[in-house]
Design a protein. Sequence first.
Length: 84
Amino acid sequence: MPKANAAFMKPLKVTDELAAVVGKGPMPRSEVVKKLWVYIKENNLQDSKNKRIINADANLKKVFGGKSSADMFEMQKLISKHLS
């Protein structure tokens, strides 16, 4: 059985903007994405017609760089800016 990629599970620092959504870091990227989806589902932020679009509330707008919506793939790129 192959070893898990240690770099993938490396805890990353989370910016204050992202921490308001997913909680204080550091945490692995996979955990950030998991918590982000919990937040999106709890706050009903998926577009009703196109589930790939995330409609940002006040907290997510800060993470999205002021954008009011983003698709799932763009969201990954936008949260990368908040991890180090």
